[in-house]
Design a protein around this ligand. Sequence first.
Ligand code: AHR
Length: 517
Amino acid sequence: MLSRPLAVLALLGVGSLALAAQSEQAVTLTIDGGGGGPTIDRHIFGQFAEHLGRGIYDGIWVGRDSAIPNTRGIRNDVVTALKALHVPVVRWPGGCFAEEYHWRKGIGSQGDRPVTLNPNWGSVPESNEFGTHEFMDFAGQIGADAYVSVNVGSGTPQEASEWLEYLTASVGSLADERAHNGHAGPFAVPYVGIGNESWGCGGSMSPEDYVGLMKRYARFTRNFNPAQPMQRIAVGPDGADRRYAEAVMNAWQHKDWSWNLEGLSLHSYTVGKWPPAFKATGFDESDYAALLHETLRMEDLVREQSELMDRYDPDKKVSLVVDEWGSWLAPTPGSHPDFLEQQNSQRDALIAALNLDIFARHADRVRMANIAQMVNVLQAMIFTDHERLLLTPTYHVFRMYVPFQDATLLGVHFDAGQYTLGDRQLPRLDAMAARGRDGKVWVSLVNLDARRSTWVQLDARGMDHATGETLAAPRIDSVNTFERPGEVSPRPLTAKRGKAGLRLELPPHSVSVVALR
Ligand code: AHR
């Protein structure tokens, strides 16, 4: 099928010129200069680090005695790389792991901690070397907020309540115990998750059963640190399933003085099919288009959940928290199948950018999101191999998007056109704009077309410079490797100034971010 500009040229009888003209045919993108929309909460650029495979051990924690440079056991190279992302929040310790985690086993002298098992992820030994204090230290080293998930599935309200008291109280025997273990003052815990996937690995609960338990946890999971307000996040739906969201929001609407909630979670992965079998690299354009098509469904999911929440909460007091999202692909050949290690390609860069754009567009309701996961697991930012560290294409997108943290959303208008492959149709262009805290207008631009550049004509009155970076790659499945770490890395992008204004060439299958002046 002809794209619209090409079809017009063909009708005018200039078909032979059409192919040459096609790449020059610019999409006009108009940015609203007005007061702007909601703030894009920086927490939508959050991360998730679970005790899973090499996500924590090797990826973050190497121990104080390691030859790998570390600060109190935490890898310096990983901390340095993450600081450049201004990671706003990290969710921990799971995931499914959280529903079998007993926090007391991860405090006190390292040598005295019991070795337990990790039944969800290969039943491998869990040393408990990385526990509460180590996680809080890690969050502090990278400057992120802590998001702690309490154990609803196999724990008790008492266990969760004591954990929060241990973390946040200034007085009492639990505060004394924390001080004895090395942290005199209370920790700041801005977010607590009340369970994880309680409809599945968290205990296969019906929505009604979960809501009954959730109210008790919401009541007894107390924060004693007045310097840091805490938000409680309930388990929400798996993808488009509405039952949990209906049950939780209905309960919230009829709540009494004794409990409250500030967030509802949503989990949605880009998988292709279950169990995950889409190849992480070495895939063809059909698989590329299929996964981008699937990932764009996040827009519908978020809109539908927001509409549902609006019915119970028109003032938007409860945040939608997409605390697990990202690509879930076939495991890297030769890796432990339960460790969820997968390569990260240019397609992942587009998946990251498209989802971040969606969350930003729904900033009035989506106030946190946590990509799964941070290091070595699923759609990771970073891979480690003993002393070596590698940045993925997804890392580069998160770094390029830093100016959107706490920026003010602006309206953008453009004809997205079509990228067509067989009978699959996708928008050719995605874009989002915001006024950053630095006062500049920032624009993200994703060219989904696997084969063609897209030219964009920027209509932003009074602006005559646009500079930034583009993340392009030779192939849709290009990856970074320890041998070729710079195969996919951002390069400078500057708009050309012509009579009609600013024109940008977006390479095929690329992500770009520019600032206007
Ligand atoms: O991120 C991996 C797993 O995916 C998490 O542990 C679980 O919550 C989800 O099913």
